[in-house]
Design a protein around this ligand. Sequence first.
Ligand code: ADP
Length: 415
Amino acid sequence: MTKAELLLSGNIDPEILQTIYRQNREHLSEVEIAIYDPDFNLLYHDAIDIDIVQETEEMIDEILELGSIEFRQNGWQVIGVHYRHNEQDYVVTGAGFDRMGYEKLTLLRNTLIKASVLGLILVYFLGLVFSREVLSPLRNIANSVSEITATNLNLRLRPRDSGDELTDLTLHFNEMLDRLEQSFQSQREFVHNISHEIKTPLTAIITEIELALFEAEEGDSRKETLEVILKDARKMDRIVQNLLNMAKSHYDPSQLSKKEIRVDEVLMDARTEALRGRESAEISLHVDEDIPDDTALIVNGNAYLLQVAFINLMDNAVKFSTDKKCAVSLGAEGESIKIIFADRGPGIRPEDSSRIFEPFYRTGASANLEGSGIGLSIVKKIIELHGGSISLISGDQKGSSFTVSLERAEHGEKQ
Ligand code: ADP
């Protein structure tokens, strides 16, 4: 407007304005001006060689009609206005490039992109930290729950004092454990009591039959019947004894009475028991020569239960192998004592080996042999009760070898 006013009033020479434009243009975003009359005759132009806006007759008419127009052309902002001077109509067009504005916009865009990316990263990590914080009580509960198994049902979750839903969950879970523990306990007591009740009259029956057999005359037909009854009664006695042992092997480890015992002595006692009534069986016991001294064979355990476990393993080896032989070897390995019970029997197929420690599981090979299928489950329970482990190496027709590993007593002195 100022340029139009200066030019049209004749106060300034157009060339001066053009020079000012060209010089300013080198340093600033100078607006380029053109002035037309209504008939599209160019009256003035800042720099005709540069000519940013390509005016047309229609554009001039539009400006005259509307008073002013604005648009963008290749990033340039263009304005056209209808200008009146001395009762005459003129059209002034101006084109400017807002470099600083564009630079600021670019800067703003880049800053927004960076801020969004950084914001997202920050939100992600803060989310991780907060979610970890929020979920940590749940994780603690899950960890505590995973430690609770059938053998340590006495464990409880630590009650929280936050008074929220998690506190309720913990309390309800502990109540459920109370009920579970009670039902496990009563089940165990039931098995224990029933076995005990049956065992007493059974022992009396066995003694009576033995006495009757002792008194029976040679050649008496009833002697044979009595022998069959005695065999069955002993079989029943073993089952009842196993049930009793099963109930005992479910003891809470903390309630188990333990003392320092020599494994070789327990093995010798077990051997004597396993051979009782089995004249043709052979159980050899080999103690590794590398064992430094007797104290290396001492474990902290319950002699009765360990003997039950060893008898079961010897019993199985003798029972399932045709040569009725079991080779027991005793060795030390680091802080643990290893006892291997090997036989040359039919072996255990891989598909059975993972299941034989389950209660009442028997393989097809044992169908014709006496047994109840609870022996190995008791063995496993007893070994685990002593913090040890049991593993099996076997294959079809390759014999079986059960390895029991027990931790050596810390101060190795026999009481
Ligand atoms: P049981 O001897 O009363 O059948 P166990 O729990 O002691 O029960 O053993 C489970 C099953 O594992 C047995 O029925 C038998 O099929 C298999 N088994 C155990 N020990 C041996 C062994 N030494 N050789 C072959 N099979 C065995």
